[in-house]
Write a protein that binds this ligand. Structure first.
Ligand code: ADQ
Length: 414
């Protein structure tokens, strides 16, 4: 390995995100808006850019239009520095088929690795909220003799069936001796029986080893061509896989509270909870860390405005985020995240909710414990999240814990 290895980044962004429906009815999961002005993928890209990577490709497939547009508008890098973030759609380079799995996405994008000739490839997912300095994981990978390093984080054992679960060698806790993708009957950790060491879906490979592995995998008719299910076990079986402990990662400007924050926002519940983590006085995840910025699209909009309504009613806003372009007139807003260009009328109430772009809330309307997708319009006096049966009858999604989700462009009658 050269003293200053060349590092190339691949972001896997082709997943459908079925469990986030209806928010993914019209867009890829990494393009789902988050935190008012961000899209989920901004966390992955910001982490890689802040870690010093400058050549990044985003592999897309499912309903990728808004994702492509977001990447091209937001992530404009300097060509003079050889820097780029390129969105690369599935192109059927190996025959008439789309990506059949995340490893196949890499196999079908091999030309990108050949063109760049990196020493090391960082491969990460696109749908988590966290801060991570990949420079520290790279140092650990280079210092080890592993050809593949998997980032790991402790998670409750009850969630093990959503993750790849890592078992390490007792004599060398950085070495992976077994890796089970989404096991039904996992064994807990020796020092914490109610926890497992979960893969974060972030990997570092020696470039030649990754090329070998996905090429070999592509020849196996029974493989699901999945990074977690097939490629990581390939390295584990050869004794060439290491784990990097995310709890060691020390990101500049992190508070003790958000130091090891990592949220898989794959379900409506976890997506909603991650929003609530942003808004308290001492947030569990701090968006205001300027030492490790999370970048997003610049919204060309006037500042948010809070005014009385036309008959002089006064509103208030507390424990909330409000994005540019929004005008709240005589609105009571509490524990909520409001995206750009919201318009809310007098006497309306928005509590414990998440609003995407351009939501219109009529006078006297009430929104509680709800997620409203882009362009949702509430007529004056309309309610959402107040009467579960009525929400279900109107065709809205209501989760077990009572979060109502209203899809894009829906007009809600009073
Ligand atoms: P999952 O998240 O269930 O588990 P997957 O659905 O493959 O795995 O998604 C991983 C990433 O790959 C996502 O960013 C997704 O958008 C992308 N992706 C999925 N299919 C793709 C395709 N055909 N083309 C391009 N991109 C694609 C994974 C690992 C687990 C790990 C969890 C952590 O498999 O081991 O524990 O992530 O959340």
């Amino acid at each position: 390995m050269p003293a200053a290895p060349k590092v190339f980044g691949i972001i896997l962004a082709g997943g459908e995100g079925k469990r986030l429906m209806p928010l993914t009815a019209d867009r890829a999961k990494p393009a789902v808006p988050f935190g008012g002005q961000y899209r989920l993928i901004d966390f992955a890209i910001s982490n890689l850019i802040n870690s010093g990577l400058r050549q990044l490709v985003v592999l897309t497939q499912y309903k990728s239009h808004s994702l492509d547009r977001h990447i091209s508008q937001t992530w404009r890098m300097s060509p003079m520095l050889g820097a780029y973030v390129a969105s690369v759609p599935a192109q059927q380079r190996l025959g008439k088929r789309w990506f059949s799995g995340s490893a196949d996405a890499i196999l079908q994008s091999m030309n990108l690795i050949r063109d760049e000739k990196p020493d090391i490839v960082v491969v990460i997912g696109a749908d988590h909220v966290y801060r991570m300095d990949f420079g520290q994981m790279l140092d650990a990978h280079i210092a080890s003799d592993a050809r593949a390093t998997v980032a790991g984080i402790r998670q409750p054992i009850g969630l093990a069936n959503q993750f790849g679960v890592i078992d390490t060698d007792p004599s060398d806790p950085t070495k992976i001796r077994e890796f089970l993708e989404k096991p039904q009957n996992p064994t807990g950790l020796a020092d914490a029986p109610h926890e497992v060491l979960a893969s974060m879906g972030n990997y570092i490979f020696d470039a030649d080893a990754l090329v070998e592995a996905v090429t070999h995998d592509g020849e196996l008719p029974t493989s699901a061509h999945d990074m977690g299910g097939d490629i990581v076990p390939y390295f584990v079986n050869r004794g060439e896989a290491a784990v990097y402990d995310f709890q060691r990662n020390d990101v500049p400007g992190s508070t003790p509270r958000d130091q090891s924050y990592w949220r898989d926002v794959g379900t409506i519940e976890s997506f909603y909870d991650a929003h609530m983590d942003l808004i308290s006085t001492l947030p569990i995840f701090n968006l205001y860390n300027t030492d490790w910025p999370i970048y997003s699209q610049t919204v060309n909009a006037p500042p948010a405005k809070f005014v009385r309504d036309s008959v002089g009613r006064i509103g208030n806003a507390i424990d909330s985020i409000v994005s540019l372009g929004s005008v709240l007139s005589g609105t009571h807003l509490e524990r909520s995240v409001v995206g750009p260009w919201a318009l809310a009328g007098g006497g309306s109430t928005i509590t414990d909710s998440v609003l995407f772009d351009s939501v219109q809330v009529g006078a006297g309307a009430r929104i509680h414990r709800a997620i409203l997708d882009k362009n949702v319009v509430l007529e004056p006096g309309a309610t959402i999240g107040v009467d579960r049966e009525r929400d279900l009858a109107r065709g809205f999604t209501v989760t077990e814990t009572g979060i109502t989700v209203v899809g894009k462009d829906v007009h809600v009658h009073a």
